[in-house]
Design a binder for this molecule. Sequence first.
Ligand code: AMP
Ligand code: GLY
Length: 433
Amino acid sequence: MNILLIGAGGREHALTWKLSQSSLCEELFVTPGSDAIGQEPKTSCVELNVKNHTEIVEFCLDKDIGLVVVGPEIPLVDGLADSLEAAEIPVFGPSKEAAQLEGSKGFMKDLCKKYDIPTAAYERFTEINPALAYIEAQGAPIVVKADGLAAGKGVIVAETVEQAKQAVTDMLSGNAFDGAGSSVVIEEFLDGEEVSFFAISDGERILPLTSAQDYKRAFDGDKGPNTGGMGAYSPARAAIWSPELERIAMERVIKPTADAMSAEGMPFKGIYYAGLMIVHGKPHLIEYNVRFGDPECQAIMMRLESDLGELLYDAAIQNLTGWKKKLSWSDDHAMCVVMAANGYPESYEKGTAINGLDKIKEEASSKVFHAGTKNENGQWVSNGGRVLSVTAMGETLEVSKTKTYDIISCIQWPDGFYRKDIGWRTLSNVAND
Ligand code: AMP
Ligand code: GLY
């Protein structure tokens, strides 16, 4: 069948790489895609206006698209899956209503409260004074979150009461994040270690996928500002995550959420990406995302042995029956290290030259995914904040790390930087708290 993938980043390059290997895939269209994505087998990039659902539906009918895969959250929160379903085009991704799990932190928290899903204690506010009084009463550390999508910038983990008050004042008094901050969630600070846990649902059945850990801070030693993610590895380290914990996360978090969504009349189809804080060995839900993580996806796709096209298609047509047995992962460890433009996540330059990429050997167990590049007359140049996702797999995390950083050493990009310590907690055997 022909497949349409929506998106352009490192996550979408990894999805393209894996989808183009699918036995189901004849032609893969990616919108908007990128020069690097367009170089994958069977793949062409197309310019479509993703906000114009009629245009997308018409393209799908014209190209006989049998499956649409939506990479990022914004089109989902915007209801693209609903428009495609209305035209009877199979789509992998939740409806607009169900995408609120990511699109509204308040929605997610209220659902957890109503259905007894473990999460940090919280209150929601739209007025400044009651919010300030709540912060005063709770004390610090405390976490302030803009309700809506804010490209990863809407969460302030405040170490002092003053910082928290400043954050709510900024969010509630202005028009922060295009209105996403006009309502806030203020919640208890949870002290633990985070795991990204992924599960897939066809709207009825749910299947655990796998785990990863993401390094969100810009600099080594988990210092510097929060970013979209500077690196990841999969599976999460054994000191913090185990088959038993996965079972608990399914029983206490994912399945109750699925039941709750169905009970609320908005069954969820797509990826549950649960950001879990493991506190004294127990998972607490920090956030839901309704799509694959970036850069977690790059590491995960490398470990996936099953046919991604078949998996996502079966989920799209409510037919995940049998996948429990069929789903297969490599036991190896995969690491992804992000190379970002100097200055990211603040302001950075675009168009800086990157050399050495064409000399890197293509292998099944390693790949340089492009997150933000362009090819100008044969010269790769940067075209975003996060620019490359260098990914490799090995028998141990150590081996995958050596392979990943060996590839990085072949890349000459003076205008970029990367973290040198992805995987440090596992590799230095930091104890579980
Ligand atoms: P979110 O966008 O909700 O994932 O939040 C971004 C980051 O803020 C998370 O990955 C955590 O590191 C941190 N964070 C969010 N909520 C909490 C919390 N309740 N306690 C501690 N850290 C948190
Ligand atoms: N890596 C974090 C995210 O995709 O939201």
